[in-house]
Design a protein around this ligand. Structure first.
Ligand SMILES: NC(=O)c1ccc[n+]([C@@H]2O[C@H](COP(=O)([O-])OP(=O)(O)OC[C@H]3O[C@@H](n4cnc5c(N)ncnc54)[C@H](O)[C@@H]3O)[C@@H](O)[C@H]2O)c1
Length: 162
């Protein structure tokens, strides 16, 4: 299951996982983006499922994970990849915009991991891959909320691993 699977990196991740033999669930907020990548995987002889969902919404995530497990048979690998990165000066970031970036980039990873993990535990195998960003390690202009969320992902990943 690849969140943001219809975006730039997401499309490449879906293509590669399919070429390695995985059935791929392409998760997108916009249905057309998910269908485009899912159709390309099918056209290349792979198995895929397009899923419209908002990773920042708990009920949407739970419905999405249930559908993926039902229709593809299991959920073994979660690639947490969906993120937003609006660019503007940090003094222009409104509170609601800050909250939205954290909801998608940080809470979304937690919600997806939280919902997917029981399926992995049940089968005794699983992998959760969280896409962060080099911008966290160096700092970046015009992306204060985004870079802050990506730093959170580093802590989230290290702690989840333990
Ligand atoms: N592009 C880069 O140079 C770069 C560098 C470092 C890290 N990253 C990371 O790679 C990941 C993918 O980045 P990208 O450049 O491919 O971005 P992108 O914008 O092309 O793709 C992100 C996808 O996530 C989807 N999405 C956004 N909000 C969503 C939501 N609430 N629910 C479901 N889907 C949602 C978007 O529709 C989009 O297709 C991100 O985590 C980003 O932080 C990207």
């Amino acid at each position: 299951m690849v969140t943001g699977g219809g975006g730039g990196l997401g499309t490449a991740i879906c293509t590669r996982l399919s070429s390695e033999g995985a059935a791929v669930a392409v998760v997108e907020k916009e249905r057309e983006k998910a269908e485009k990548v899912a159709d390309a995987v099918l056209a290349n002889g792979g198995r895929s499922l397009a899923v419209e969902a908002d990773v920042s919404d708990k009920s949407s995530v739970e419905a999405m994970v249930g559908r993926v497990a039902d229709e593809l048979g299991s959920l073994d690998i979660l690639i947490n990849n969906a993120a937003i990165y609006p660019r503007r000066a940090w003094t222009e970031i409104e509170e609601e915009e800050w909250d939205r970036v954290m909801a998608v980039n940080l809470k979304g990873y937690f919600l997806c991991a939280r919902a997917a993990f029981p399926h992995m535990r049940e089968r005794g195998w699983g992998r959760i891959v969280n896409v962060s960003s080099i911008t966290f390690f160096v700092g970046w202009t015009l992306l204060l909320d985004y870079v802050t969320s990506k730093g959170g992902i580093v802590g989230f990943t290290r702690t989840l691993a333990r």
